[in-house]
Design a protein around this ligand. Structure first.
Ligand code: GLU
Length: 291
């Protein structure tokens, strides 16, 4: 069993982040999560980083990236570093940081912790965005997983393009303490399997990009939706593989519609832009937050 403790944030100045993906207009659910992240950073007297997570070039649009900056500003969220304001860790846009993610791919290849996979599966397509956007990745049956110490089950040159999968340990329980939900526990092989680390079309996955950025940007606490709890367990394995200290985690409640379904970007009536156009004020929107 691997226990991942919260880091010693008490010793380090607080650095939080908000990380929208510009695939559509932000809705009430994003607003609530980002508001909580903002409040936690301000209450701690710390800094807040704004990062645009636009790796999915098919679905992300510059107009949504601009709209997110504008909507969050209007809601009353301000940040200290970001694509608009700069900072010590520029660029704050993931599509401009691919070289850094590639370095990590090479490091993990050298450690034998990722392996090439030639399975062409639909789940691979979904690896680039946080799973709440697309549904979680299915558990990989291990078809291309080489024996320990071996590089691949096939000659890499034989296959034009391969996905690189992260080798998760066998049946290990990953535990961590969530700032809101308390102790969390996930078992590798049961809750998730070898996940896509780098896609066959040469795009880094959400998992590698988010870990690289949170580490490089000195984030001490990650605040995000509770649908990403399992991703946190995956990411803790990447932190450990790289010998990096993980940040603390605080997962926020999800906002649901009247049918109890989690909000998605298709819920146009609950987009911040629509609500603003309907005459709601930032105070009225904030009054609807659960936490
Ligand atoms: N970019 C993700 C989103 O749009 C957030 C991922 C994260 O916070 O780790 O919700």
């Amino acid at each position: 069993m691997a226990g991942f403790q919260r880091n010693s944030t008490g010793m380090k100045p607080y650095r939080g982040r908000i990380a929208p993906t510009p695939t559509g207009l932000l809705h009430l659910g994003h607003a609530q999560t980002f508001w909580i992240a903002h409040q936690r950073a301000r209450q701690a007297g710390g800094k807040l980083v704004y990062r645009t997570e636009d790796l999915d070039s098919q679905r992300c649009k510059p107009e949504f990236a601009d709209a997110a900056l504008e909507d969050l500003n209007w809601l009353g969220i301000d940040w200290d570093e970001g694509p608009d304001s700069g900072g010590d860790h520029t660029p704050y846009t993931q599509s401009q940081r691919i070289g850094r993610y590639r370095e990590l791919l090479e490091t993990l290849k050298a450690l034998g912790l990722v392996y090439p996979c030639c399975c062409s599966r639909k789940d691979v397509r979904d690896a680039v965005t946080a799973p709440h956007e697309t549904g979680d990745e299915p558990i990989y049956p291990g078809t291309c997983r080489p024996a320990l110490g071996q590089v691949a089950t096939f000659e890499i040159g034989e296959v034009e393009r391969v996905n690189w999968r992260f080798r998760v340990p066998f049946a290990e329980t990953i535990t961590f303490e969530d700032g809101r939900l308390g102790p969390q526990s996930f078992t590798t092989g049961g809750d998730f399997g070898d996940f896509v680390f780098w896609r066959h079309d040469d795009v880094p996955s959400y998992q590698v990009a988010v870990v690289a950025d949170d580490h490089d940007m000195g984030i001490t606490e990650v605040v995000r939706g509770e649908d990403l709890l399992k991703c946190t367990a995956r990411q803790l394995l990447i932190y450990r593989a790289l010998g990096w200290e993980a940040p603390a985690f605080h997962h926020c409640p999800l906002v649901t519609d009247e049918d109890g379904k989690r909000l998605a970007k298709r819920h146009d009536s609950l987009s911040l832009k629509t609500m603003r156009e309907d005459g709601l004020t930032p105070e009225m929107i904030r009054a609807r937050f659960i936490e």
